[in-house]
Design a protein around this ligand. Structure first.
Ligand code: SF4
Length: 214
């Protein structure tokens, strides 16, 4: 086991202790199609806002078929608060059509078919693989990229999600990977924030290279 793998195990365990219940910040009520839609809406938008907008969205379009048949302008109006609403509306409408027609309302359980859905990149695909199918999955969102850089698993300047994913796949035990990423989101909001990380007293400080450079 490498030094970084040992350090990664230390971080995984400390985050488990801090956040025993690793939960997705998007309130998708156990419906994989809703998670697909909400994950697309969350690009450059907060999870809190997506949760609010989604209430009206799923009241109006409760199934993939209903969203596939949505009037595009009406859908855009609902999605406006999330930003990028033209592209998001087109993507979720078309993805919902494919889910309804090709997958009978389910979502595919593998990376290649998920990536073929409109608006789905590796981040969303990994979120779905981990949360819905309980497969190993590293979700390289902004918290994950920032915190793992600070911890020293790669240079803090590295911001390329796929490179980060490949590095973390080699460090984080597969069975922990999905929950690890949910815990990073919680830790990134509570402690290792973007602008003012609370380093003094941080429970991960003894595993953190950023801390040791302070
Ligand atoms: S010590 Fe600071 S930089 Fe390191 S994980 Fe904790 S809050 Fe983040």
């Amino acid at each position: 086991m490498t030094k970084d793998q040992k350090r990664a195990l230390c971080v995984v365990q400390k985050l488990k202790d801090l956040y025993p219940d690793a939960v997705c910040a998007l309130h998708y009520e156990g419906d994989p199609w809703r998670l697909l839609v909400m994950a697309r809406l969350s690009a450059q938008c907060t999870d809190a806002r997506v949760n609010i907008v989604s209430e009206e969205l799923f009241d109006r379009y409760p199934t993939p078929s209903a969203m596939a048949d949505a009037d595009l302008e009406e859908l855009e109006n609902i999605l406006k608060p999330c930003g990028l609403y033209h592209a998001k509306a087109r993507n979720v409408k078309e993805a919902s059509r494919i889910v309804a027609v090709r997958y009978n309302g389910s979502i595919p359980d593998n990376m290649d078919e998920l990536l073929a859905l409109p608006g789905v990149g590796r981040k969303i695909a990994n979120l779905l693989l981990g949360d819905v199918f309980h497969k190993p999955a590293i979700v390289t969102d902004t918290h994950c990229i920032r915190i793992c850089g600070r911890l020293g698993f790669y240079p803090e300047s590295l911001k390329v999600p796929y490179q980060v994913e490949k590095i973390l796949v080699a460090l984080i035990p597969p069975e922990d990977s999905s929950d690890f990423c949910h815990r990073l989101v919680m830790f990134g909001r509570d402690t290792c924030t973007a602008l003012s990380p609370k380093c003094p007293g941080c429970p991960l400080s003894d595993c953190c290279e950023h801390y040791h450079k302070l």
